[in-house]
Design a protein around this ligand. Structure first.
Ligand SMILES: Cc1ncc(C[n+]2csc(CCOP(=O)(O)OP(=O)(O)O)c2C)c(N)n1
Length: 381
């Protein structure tokens, strides 16, 4: 399998084409180049792909040749700055985008199917120049990118899964000391505390962990839609005010659509508990650091308007914190600071259940009254 270009070769080629600054949201299939650019001090992680494109536009407007690294699940996030900023203002950013759900959507997870089959057509509809990184075609594609740049146009280099190698030793995570809080410990304890709460879990390892610890129909395992678990949870909580809703979120996902925290804060939803597992990184794609390192969760939660804000970073305080978070008046924010455990990975809920089944059984569970029994009749105005 020598079709694969090494991460070092790929980064060297981009540098030879003048790349100075790099931003984006990570994909496991770009983990090698991400680590090398980060190691060189040239990478700024962005909260979302749209923000990455805007940041790169700023660099370009100030004379720095820039690249955005992302996967096509984030294409939707960047379409707005692509169409209303880069195209009309003729700002030429190079976007290196991995292609999930493509060429055969059946070979990837279900949440990638619709975007996988439409990414190329969307770029064509928008008349945005692009090329696929086929084996041996990097220089040719970068030549096309240079032509696009000369014409003041962005360029998308589409990367098939596995086309670029990994970088050795990127973001190693040591074994956690015995009493340190970890994702498995935090999620196992949370799932054990649940009774009849509705729950929505964020994309990646957290959904997998929740499913592994305790499969329940009243948990909506949301693979995909990164950053939107909190808004889904607010919808559930306000539609079913007599039941507690729990959102299980990651720091990267929370930051991607941080504005929803303000919507939740101002909603005053008394029955909403938002649990954020902060491991300081995008663990599901290779533990690339997020920007949560310097974040003061207590101040942030209070500032956003959450009624109760709790933080916990030790196994000793975990059960007490969870019980308080599940019973206190909401909106509740509970930030759990954990150490990454990338070695513990479980199958996706969608591998055994399928998204339609997850949604169908969740609908039934959500229709039931709190504590089981018949659903409340809907009141007419
Ligand atoms: C819009 C979008 N961008 C990127 C991804 C790829 N992706 C899947 S999981 C994940 C990391 C999520 O990080 P975090 O919320 O901190 O949770 P963790 O993986 O650390 O548990 C990323 C970047 C995605 N699914 N969707």
């Amino acid at each position: 399998m020598s079709d694969r270009i090494t991460a070092e070769e790929f980064v060297a080629a981009l540098r030879a084409h003048g790349v100075q600054r790099v931003t984006g949201v990570p994909c496991g299939h770009l983990a090698g180049p991400w680590a090398l650019f980060d190691g060189a001090g040239d990478l700024t992680p962005a909260a979302s792909e749209g923000a990455a494109l805007a940041l790169a536009a700023g660099w370009e407007l100030a004379g720095r040749t820039s690249v955005v690294l992302c996967q096509n699940s984030g294409f939707g996030n960047l379409v707005n700055p692509l169409t209303s900023l880069l195209l009309p203002y003729r700002v030429p950013v190079l976007v290196v985008m991995t292609m999930r759900g493509w060429p055969d959507p059946a070979e990837d997870e279900p949440q990638h199917a619709a975007m996988g089959t439409s990414t190329v057509a969307l770029l064509e509809t928008l008349d945005v120049p692009h090329a696929v990184l086929w084996p041996g075609k990097l220089e040719e594609a970068l030549g096309q990118a240079a032509d696009a740049r000369a014409a003041g146009r962005p360029f998308f280099l589409l990367v098939p899964r596995g086309a670029i190698g990994k970088a050795a030793g990127a973001y190693p995570a040591g074994a956690p000391a015995d009493d340190r809080l970890t994702r498995p410990r935090a999620v196992a304890a949370l799932m054990a505390e649940l009774t009849d709460e509705l729950m929505v879990t964020t994309t990646g390892y957290l959904s997998r962990q929740a499913h592994h610890e305790r499969d329940r129909p009243d948990t909506f395992y949301m693979q995909g839609s990164m950053g939107h678990a909190s808004a889904v949870g607010l919808g559930l909580a306000t539609a079913r005010p007599e039941r507690r809703t729990v959102v299980l979120d990651g720091d990267g996902a929370f930051l991607m659509h941080l504005g929803s925290g303000s919507t939740i804060g101002s909603s005053g939803a008394r029955n909403l508990t938002h649990v954020v597992v902060d491991n300081g990184c995008y663990e599901s794609t290779g533990c690339q650091p997020t920007t949560s390192g310097g974040l003061d969760w207590a101040s942030l939660g209070t500032g956003l308007g959450y009624r109760t804000v709790l933080t916990c970073d030790s196994t000793g305080d975990l059960t007490g914190s969870l019980r308080a978070a599940l019973t206190a008046e909401g909106p509740v924010l509970l930030a759990l600071t954990v150490v990454p455990t990338p070695g513990e990975v479980h199958p996706r809920a969608t591998a055994s259940l399928g998204p339609e089944l997850i949604a169908g059984r969740f609908r039934e569970a959500a229709a039931a009254a709190a504590g089981g029994g018949a659903p409340e009749p809907e009141r007419l105005p």
